[in-house]
Design a protein around this ligand. Structure first.
Ligand SMILES: [Ca+2]
Length: 594
């Protein structure tokens, strides 16, 4: 594994920097030191080569004006100082504790003269901050003073996990050689090194057998972050202050083993490994792994037995997963709400009481397919598929006559089901257009009239029977459709960006004119959805949180507040006095009084 060793040997052109000339050694100091029963957050912890340890100040307040200092015991030429200005043992710990926001780097030479005094800003990212010094500077003492902090969400102490010099892949090969030599000379060390592969095998066997899992998992995680434990002391003995983290890089084999375990708890270790990785390629590789593990974390978390009624974000039955897409919904004659649960790749039926009593789809798993592209892995309530009752992101649903449920997915595959969810027909709509993720509004839309379903793609309308027979297709002269519904035998359309509702004849798309007597009130909205009730009243849900109601002659009736504040991409369904609006993985109910 050790790419660093390889890199180190390859960099043999470098002149060794007086590694043999052991001077009096470094000393550390700080304005204050936090101590707990278990840990002393002393300033040497910022130079031990480990991101899991840190110096922390202990002053009341956020730690402004506190400082830590190292005296290297000798002068060293430095061009770049890297600072991990927070607690980097995990991203969670990092955000819970104080982090550097503004700080000052002071460098002094052997004579104690200040050779550089540089203020620097640290963005609030779980990553190192590089401070370039320009020309190499001869440094014996280095001090970092806290000027301002990003406040920790839980603790007031401010941390510095590590400080490194010239943090690049080019390290002095003499140091790894010194480590190798030390191992060679010591019988006990040699034993430890030789036993390591076998110990690693034992650890792995125990993990696979689920023996003492959480303790062993921690061991594997720590090894993934900094490599085998025996190296820590060796590196601290043989590698000078400021260069140790380069020699305690992540361990690829352990990361891969974590991958085999598919345990989302690996995320914290990978985040720390990534933050400490020298090479950008490695950081990218680790970030990719983190996305995958986060998906496993979501998958593992999805075991709630009791869910709130009317939707919540998640994978369980009754939970919804929009992943930034709207969730189309419609109501059947029994008052059940059918939701196209896009991100979970399934359809769900909610009873009038708001519990999901039927799911069309498979079992939860990790999926990468997203709107026709191979994207980041995510946890889904159901696998994707092309069989009956399987979907690739269902994006629209409508319940027609005889409670036949029609749906279309991101691959434009239509499916119809009977009232109990048994598959009836499947077919794919042929079109040069296909839906894209992240656009958030508009088509595909399904609406219905008599026994037929009307599918709208952009500006095109296709009329199908419930068996999938195409009866007609035409384009609307008004252009792209953002929202549509059929009411009183008319296709009512909101074109993109418009505040009018245009009326068309469903059978041929002939334009009849404006439906509303007055345009929809300017409520600051962009995204709308339309629904009609049995009396052909029209309901317009807007992302301003409003529902504007019109009667069948297009006269304004009232405006109803669905949400206190605006909600992105609401999708509305109406049945009798009941209005249901799906937005942000939740279903809002509004009972009309009148
Ligand atoms: Ca440290």
């Amino acid at each position: 594994m050790n790419r660093l060793l390889v890199a180190a040997l390859a960099a043999s052109l470098l002149v060794p920097v007086a590694a043999s000339a052991k001077s009096k050694g470094p000393s550390f100091s700080a304005s204050s030191i936090k101590k707990t029963e278990k840990v002393e957050f002393s300033p040497d912890k910022a130079f031990d080569g480990l991101l899991s340890t840190s110096w922390a100040e202990d002053k009341p307040g956020q730690g402004e004006e506190e400082w830590l200092e190292v005296d290297l015991g000798e002068e060293r030429e430095i061009q770049l100082v890297s600072v991990w200005g927070g607690a980097f043992s995990s991203a969670e710990d990092w955000s819970g504790r104080g982090r550097l926001a503004d700080a000052t780097l002071t460098l002094m030479n052997a004579a104690g003269e200040v050779v550089k005094n540089k203020a620097f800003e640290v963005g609030d990212r779980f990553a190192r901050k590089d401070i370039r010094l320009g020309d190499p500077v001869a440094v014996q003492r280095l001090r970092i003073t806290i000027d301002a902090t990003h406040e920790g969400s839980i603790f007031a102490d401010t941390h510095i996990a590590e400080i490194a010099f010239d943090f690049t892949e080019r390290v002095d090969p003499a140091w790894e050689e010194a480590i190798a030599e030390k191992i060679e000379k010591s019988r006990s060390l040699k034993k430890v090194v030789e036993a390591d592969p076998e110990e690693f095998k034992t650890l792995w066997a125990a993990l696979k057998a689920d023996e003492d899992y959480s303790a062993n998992f921690k061991l594997l995680g720590a090894r993934a972050v900094h490599g085998p434990d025996y190296r820590i002391e060796l590196v601290q003995d043989e590698v000078p202050v400021g260069f140790r983290l380069q020699h305690l890089q992540f361990d690829e084999t352990s990361v891969e083993k974590l991958g085999v375990l598919k345990d989302g708890n690996a995320v914290r270790y990978l985040e720390t490994a990534s933050a400490g990785a020298v090479l950008a390629d490695d950081r990218e590789w680790l970030s990719g792994a983190i996305v995958m593990f986060k998906a496993y974390q979501d998958l593992r978390k999805a075991v709630r037995v009791t869910l709130p009624n009317w939707g919540t974000t998640g994978l369980e039955q009754g939970a919804l997963l929009g992943r930034g897409e709207p969730l189309s919904a419609d109501i059947d004659s029994a008052g059940n709400l059918w939701v196209a649960d896009t991100g979970n790749n399934r359809l769900q039926r909610f009873t009038a009481a708001g519990t999901a009593d039927k799911v069309i789809g498979g079992t939860k798993t990790i999926v990468t397919d997203w709107f026709g592209e191979d994207g980041d892995p995510y946890a889904s309530g159901s696998d994707v598929g092309d069989g009956p009752g399987q979907f690739h992101q269902p994006v629209a649903v409508a319940v027609g006559n005889y409670d036949i449920v029609a749906t279309i997915d991101a691959r434009l595959r239509m499916q119809t089901f009977d009232a109990e969810g048994a598959p009836k027909a499947q077919w794919t709509v042929t079109s040069t257009w296909s839906p894209r993720a992240g656009l958030g509004n508009g088509t595909p839309i399904i609406t219905w009239l008599d026994d037929d379903f009307f599918v709208i793609l952009k500006d095109e309308v296709l009329q199908y029977t419930a068996e999938g027979e195409l009866k007609t297709r035409y384009n609307l002269e008004g252009g792209d459709v953002q929202a549509a519904v059929i009411a009183k035998g008319r296709l009512l359309v909101r074109h993109s960006g418009d505040r009018e509702i245009i009326e068309y004849k469903p059978e041929d798309g002939f334009r009849q004119g404006k439906f509303l007597k007055k345009a929809v009130p300017e409520d600051g909205s962009e995204d709308w959805d339309l629904a009609a009730d049995a009396d052909d009243n029209l309901y317009i849900a807007t992302d301003a949180g409003k529902i504007h109601k019109y009667n069948k002659r297009g006269r304004f009736v009232t405006t109803i507040d669905a949400f206190e504040r605006g909600r992105e991409m609401p999708r509305i369904a109406v049945s009798g006095p009941l209005i249901l609006v799906v937005a942000r993985d939740e279903i809002a109910r509004v009972e009309q009084t009148e």
